[in-house]
Design a protein around this ligand. Structure first.
Ligand code: BTN
Length: 243
């Protein structure tokens, strides 16, 4: 993975470049990096702040041979790899908020966006987008963002080498992805559960079907969040925003 790396100075979104290269047949592991994104994308149609030279804005092409419904497992896997790499490199107490935000003290430092392309129920390729707010300063954010987000530099008080972070993530991703290919989702699920800050705390989820309240107790095999409801039933939640 990451053997073919394409570095751009400025792009609209690394996701778009990766998408195009994947369609042209670029191999698994191709990595697209940009110094700056003009229209970085987040989940749920949000935009992603990507100022020049301050963060890691990257997209990786994967060609996994897994059934389409298992795709969310790759999001969780990416969060595990990134969390492990960033903890090791920064020494910061970083946790995973379901499904795949990385937080320090409740503030987001990194987000993951998976976009897949499928044909007749078969997965063709997956683009794993990772944004890490590495060396952003307070002035990069708007006032209202500062309650919700933070950079590694703001949290640790030192500047980080972005290439070390990329290399650290790739090494960790390769290890966890190999584990997943060889042993399936179960070991990844245990790693995710150990790093999660979302489990065993009452929460409110905004799902496409409406608001659900309960206590997250773990992950299902599919990668869905297992939510224990007030009536004692436990249900899988596939997609939601955690408030
Ligand atoms: C989220 O938390 O909402 C996901 C954010 C993902 C941002 C990354 S930055 C690199 C890649 N290119 C994009 O346009 N988005 C992802």
């Amino acid at each position: 993975l990451g053997r073919s790396v394409k570095l751009f100075d400025e792009v609209d979104s690394t996701q778009n470049i990766a998408q195009k290269l994947a369609e042209e047949g670029a191999p698994e592991g191709t990595l697209i990096l940009a110094e700056r994104q003009l229209s970085g994308r987040g989940r749920m149609g949000r935009s992603w702040l990507s100022p020049k030279g301050r963060g890691v804005w990257m997209s990786m092409i994967l060609r996994p041979t897994i059934p389409l419904p298992y795709t969310p497992q790759l999001t969780l896997l990416t969060a595990v790899a990134l969390c492990r790499a960033l903890r090791r490199l920064t020494g910061l107490e970083i946790g995973i908020k379901w499904p795949n935000d990385l937080l320090i003290d409740g503030r987001k430092i990194s987000g993951i966006l998976l976009e897949s392309s499928a044909e007749e129920e078969r997965l063709r390729h997956v683009i794993v987008g990772v944004g890490i707010s590495v060396n952003l300063d307070k002035q990069h954010y708007t006032e209202d963002m500062l309650d919700r987000v933070i950079s590694l530099k703001m949290a640790a008080g030192i500047t980080f080498d972005r290439s070390e972070i990329i290399a650290g993530f790739l090494a960790e991703f390769e290890a966890v992805y190999t584990l997943y290919e060889q042993e399936g989702f179960a070991p990844v699920r245990s790693l995710w559960e150990a790093l999660s800050v979302s489990l065993h705390k009452p929460c409110k989820l905004t799902t496409p079907q409406g608001i659900m309240e309960g206590i997250p107790v773990g992950l299902a095999d599919s990668g869905a969040l297992l939510l224990k409801l007030e009536d004692g039933d436990t249900v899988p939640v596939f997609s939601a925003e955690m408030g």
